[in-house]
Ligand binder design. Structure first.
Ligand SMILES: Nc1ncnc2c1ncn2[C@@H]1O[C@H](COP(=O)(O)OP(=O)(O)OP(=O)(O)O)[C@@H](O)[C@H]1O
Ligand SMILES: [Mg+2]
Length: 470
């Protein structure tokens, strides 16, 4: 049984696009943060000027004579109407003794108030409102004042106008950035599209091909990255081409081989038809039956060969089996043939059971073809020995006879389909036996070798197959 293939596909283009989005989003967020900060700074520096002016005009109106501080808040300082918004203004003046002289009692200076000559600005919240407060220390140079001669002026305004300005500045700077990013994304999509174009081109050229066309796909005008893929496709095409050629050849050979016995059958039948002597007719029928038998055998062998081909998948049905038992069975079945020719057929094995993984029917066919050859191409009163031994993780089966043998130059050729050695006494065979043997042997990850038989005579066929894991 073939394992089910789990199909999982993905688009490379989408993958690239998705992986670009998180870094782009981070860049966008950082950029927005900085833009907002600089917009806020710009708005503050614009509005802080009027806040400083108010602070200073208040400071100018604070005087002290004879230990008495007089404060006169100019109306202009309190009327802050900015950017179309009426801001709330809060102020407080704190005397040298730390007590509020005037203004809002709950308005307090920040903890880290610096005592510079220029006003310091700070953002804070007051009465659940965001305010920007300026702080300024003024010396009054009145020796009669107790606890020092410095007053602290706090002057604050709500920040609605600033926020509005900052936000509109921020939007202004964001617009071109968004535009840039959109253009960038579009460019990425366009570039991805054009980068993957060659892949689609290759697909189209292969799709548009004639189904008979197995010539290699052209490697010109193709990006380097695609070359391994095209290489693999071409390698596969090459194998397919060879397979198809072999099929065509086999079909032609098979048709030819079937035609010959059919012609013979026709001739025999015509000859029988003309006979009047019943004895002659009986003889003709006998040879007719012989021809039918050998033709049937050949047809069966062709079927076996087709089944043994890996592409048909039938041979993949493996099971664990005892090879000793299998070989003994086959030898038993063919004992009749040995008896007929008075051949001494023997089987020796170095173990009583030898497990291998394989297709029992096919392995029987393989052994039976080899034993059949040995018996067939050995003269009467000859010897055929089956000998099984173990080597490492292999089982080796040797089928040795003392028949005519196969000359060294022919030992590779006899594996070809329909190949027979000219001048062999036996005329029954079709030349498919050894082709089947080799096909089955390879399908079981085994090896086959032909060598010299007993005492420099005959043939020794040696098959080695991997043992089943314990
Ligand atoms: N044991 C052998 N001794 C001598 N010659 C052999 C032996 N085995 C095979 N051959 C030679 O190799 C040729 C090919 O063998 P193969 O088994 O493929 O075909 P076949 O026996 O002629 O026909 P088939 O087995 O299809 O009925 C045979 O025709 C024969 O000449
Ligand atoms: Mg044979």
């Amino acid at each position: 049984m073939k394992a089910e293939v789990v199909q999982r596909t993905y688009s490379l283009r989408k993958r690239v696009a998705w992986r670009l989005i998180p870094p782009l989003a981070i860049i966008l967020a950082l950029n927005a943060f900085w833009s907002y900060k600089s917009a806020m700074d710009a708005a503050n520096s614009a509005y802080d000027r009027s806040l400083t002016a108010s602070l200073k005009s208040v400071a100018e109106n604070i005087h002290s004579t004879g230990g008495h501080i007089s404060v006169d808040i100019p109306y202009s300082a309190l009327d802050i109407f900015e950017g179309g918004v009426q801001e709330h203004v809060y102020y407080a003046i704190i005397g040298p003794d730390g007590l509020h002289l005037t203004g809002y009692d709950d308005l307090l200076p920040p903890y880290w108030k610096s005592s510079s000559v220029e006003p310091t600005m700070v953002d804070m919240s007051f009465r659940r409102q965001l305010i920007r407060m300026g702080t300024f220390d003024k010396r009054l140079y009145d020796p009669e004042l107790v606890g020092g001669d410095t007053v602290t002026i706090l002057f604050a305004e709500t920040t609605e106008a600033r926020s509005r300005l900052a936000f509109s500045l921020f939007l202004d700077s964001l617009r071109p950035q968004l535009l840039l990013i959109t253009v960038g994304l579009l460019l990425v999509i366009i570039v991805l599209r054009s980068a993957f174009r060659p892949l689609l081109d290759v697909r189209n050229t292969i799709r548009q091909r004639n189904e008979e066309d197995l010539t290699p796909v052209s490697q010109s005008n193709v990006p380097n990255e695609l070359l391994p893929l095209i290489d693999a496709i071409n390698y596969h095409m090459d194998r397919l081409e060879k397979l198809l050629q072999a099929r065509r050849r086999f079909l032609a050979d098979a048709a030819h081989q079937i035609r010959t016995p059919l012609t013979v059958l026709g001739t025999q039948a015509e000859y029988g038809q003309r006979q009047t002597d019943p004895e002659e007719m009986r003889i003709t029928f006998t040879s007719l039956l012989d021809t039918i038998r050998s033709t049937r055998r050949m047809a069966n062998q062709m079927l076996t060969l087709a089944r043994a081909e890996p592409a048909n998948g039938l041979i993949q049905e493996f099971s664990r089996l005892d090879f000793v038992e299998l070989v003994r069975d086959v030898a038993g079945e063919l004992a009749v043939l040995a008896l007929k020719k008075n051949i001494d057929l023997s089987f020796e094995a170095s173990a009583t059971v030898v497990f291998i993984n394989g297709n029992a029917t096919m392995l029987r066919e393989m052994v039976s073809n080899l034993v059949d050859n040995a018996l067939r191409y050995t003269q009467d009163n000859g010897h055929v020995t089956l000998c099984m031994s173990m080597a490492d993780d292999l089982v080796v089966l040797r089928i040795v006879d003392d028949g005519s043998g196969i000359p060294e130059v022919e030992r590779e050729k006899v594996f070809q389909r329909f190949y027979r050695i000219l001048g062999q006494s036996d005329s029954v065979g079709g030349g498919l036996g050894l082709a089947i043997v080799r096909e089955i042997c390879w399908a079981h990850r085994g090896q086959i070798r032909l060598g010299e038989g007993r005492d420099g005579r005959g043939l020794a066929a040696e098959i080695s197959l991997p043992l089943a894991s314990p």
